[in-house]
Write a protein that binds this ligand. Structure first.
Ligand SMILES: NC(=O)c1ccc[n+]([C@@H]2O[C@H](COP(=O)([O-])OP(=O)(O)OC[C@H]3O[C@@H](n4cnc5c(N)ncnc54)[C@H](OP(=O)(O)O)[C@@H]3O)[C@@H](O)[C@H]2O)c1
Length: 335
C-alpha cells in the first residue's frame, strides 16, 4: 500500500514523503480500514510544524487525524464490526463521561493517523459513519465536527432562544453554526474578511462582525446585539477577554482554540458579574459522536467542504488548509 509519512523531527512539508509499505494486518481486537477520504484540520498544521503539544514527532508518523472508509478485515475476537461497515476513526481514546487523558489523538506524537491507503485501529477507536453522508463528508467529522458538537451541546446546551457567537471561518466554527442552527439558535460570526462574512450570512448566520476592523468586537456584540449565550472560541486565550465581553449574563465560553495564547489580562469583572463560565473543550467522546451522527442524519446536515485533492496531492492539500482563503474543510479523496 501507499502511505504518507511525516519523518521524525520534521518541521515543514519537506518532511512529508510518500512511501510504499506492507499492508498492515489487524491483530486481536483490531480492524483494518480501507481509507476512502481524509480531511485536514489546523492541528495537522501544528503537527507538521512540530508545534502540537510542543513536540516534534519523535518517530516517523502517518499524519492526519481524520479519515473515513470501509472495514476490510477484522482481527481475532472482533464481534462489534464486520467487513463492509462504513466508519470513521475516533480521534481520542475517550468513550463517555469525563475526558480521559490517555493520548493526544490519532496522527500526532505516538499515534499514527489516517493518511494511508489502509490503517489498523483498535475496535474502540472506530465509530460508524452517518448513512446520510458520503465518505468525503464523513472524513470531516472526527475532529472539527465532534469538537463543534461538544462546544454547542456540552456544558450549557443551547436551544431555540439562544444566540451563539463563532470566531473565524475555520472548520470547527462552520460545524458549530450548522449544529446551532439545527437546534434553532441564532448564530453570529466573526471573520477577518468581509467577503467571508457575506458567505456566513448566506449559510444562515444572522449577523457578522469583522474582527480586524472592530478589535473590540466583544463589546460590540454585547452592546449592539444584546450579548450571546455561548461563544465558541476557536482562537484561544488570546481572545478570551473579548469572548467574555460578548457573553450575555449566565453565558458560557467553550474555549478550544490553539491559535493564540496571548497573555491578555482576564476580564475578571465580566466573568464574575455575568456569572459566566469558561469550559475547556477537547474534541469529544464516542458517546457524543453517536449523538452528533443522529443529528446529522435527522437534520440532513452536510459537511462544509471547501476543496478536494487526490492522494498524491497531499502537500497541496496542506497548503490549501493554511491559506487565508480557506472557507470549509479540505479533503483528500483516496478512491
Ligand atoms: N480543543 C480541541 O479539541 C480542538 C479541536 C479542533 C480544533 N481546535 C482548535 O480550534 C481552532 C480552529 O481549528 P480549525 O481546524 O477549525 O481551524 P481552521 O479551519 O484552520 O481555521 C482557519 C480560520 O481560523 C480563523 N482565524 C485565524 N486566526 C484567527 C483569529 N486571531 N481570530 C479569529 N479567527 C481566526 C480564520 O478565519 P477568517 O479567515 O474568517 O478570519 C481562518 O480562516 C484551532 O486553534 C484548532 O487547534 C481545538
Amino acid at each position: 500500500m501507499r502511505q504518507w509519512i511525516l519523518k521524525a523531527g520534521a518541521t515543514n512539508l519537506d518532511g512529508l514523503v510518500l512511501e510504499n509499505a506492507p499492508t498492515p494486518e489487524p491483530g486481536a481486537g483490531e480492524v483494518r480500514i480501507r481509507v476512502h477520504a481524509v480531511s485536514l484540520n489546523y492541528r495537522d498544521q501544528l503537527v507538521l510544524k512540530g508545534q502540537f503539544a510542543n513536540h516534534l514527532p519523535a518517530r516517523d508518523l502517518i499524519p492526519i487525524s481524520d479519515g473515513a472508509g470501509e472495514i476490510d478485515a477484522i482481527g481475532a475476537g472482533v464481534t462489534t464490526w464486520a467487513v463492509g461497515d462504513r466508519v470513521t476513526g475516533l480521534l481520542l481514546d475517550w468513550q463517555q463521561g469525563a475526558p480521559t487523558a490517555t493520548s493526544f489523538g490519532l496522527g500526532s506524537l505516538s499515534e499514527d493517523g489516517m493518511l494511508a491507503e489502509y490503517v489498523v485501529l483498535p475496535v474502540d477507536r472506530v465509530v460508524p459513519a452517518p448513512v446520510s453522508l458520503n465518505d468525503t463528508e464523513a472524513a470531516t467529522l472526527p475532529c472539527a465536527a465532534l469538537t463543534a458538537w461538544n462546544a454547542i451541546h456540552g456544558g450549557d446546551p443551547i436551544g431555540k432562544e439562544s444566540k451563539v457567537l463563532v470566531l473565524g471561518s475555520g472548520g470547527v466554527s462552520l460545524f458549530a453554526m450548522l449544529f446551532a442552527r439545527a437546534a434553532g439558535a441564532e448564530v453570529i460570526a466573526t471573520s477577518s474578511q468581509d467577503v467571508k462574512l457575506k458567505r456566513w450570512m448566506d449559510l444562515g448566520a444572522s449577523d457578522g462582525i469583522n474582527y480586524r476592523d472592530t478589535p473590540d468586537w466583544g463589546k460590540a456584540v454585547f452592546e449592539q446585539m444584546g450579548g450571546v449565550n455561548k461563544v465558541v472560541d476557536a482562537v484561544g486565550t488570546g481572545t478570551l477577554s473579548q469572548s467574555l465581553a460578548a457573553l450575555a449574563y449566565g453565558g458560557e465560553v467553550a474555549l478550544l482554540g490553539l491559535m493564540s495564547f496571548d497573555d491578555h489580562p482576564l476580564d475578571f469583572i465580566s466573568l464574575m458579574s455575568k456569572g459566566a463560565s469558561v469550559r475547556g473543550v477537547a474534541v469529544g467522546s464516542a458517546q457524543m459522536y453517536d449523538a452528533m451522527v443522529q443529528a446529522i442524519n435527522n437534520y440532513q446536515i452536510h459537511s462544509p467542504i471547501d476543496r478536494r485533492f487526490r492522494f498524491e496531492e497531499a502537500k497541496a492539500a496542506y497548503q490549501a488548509q493554511s491559506s487565508p482563503d480557506l472557507f470549509g474543510k479540505i479533503v483528500i479523496d483516496l478512491v
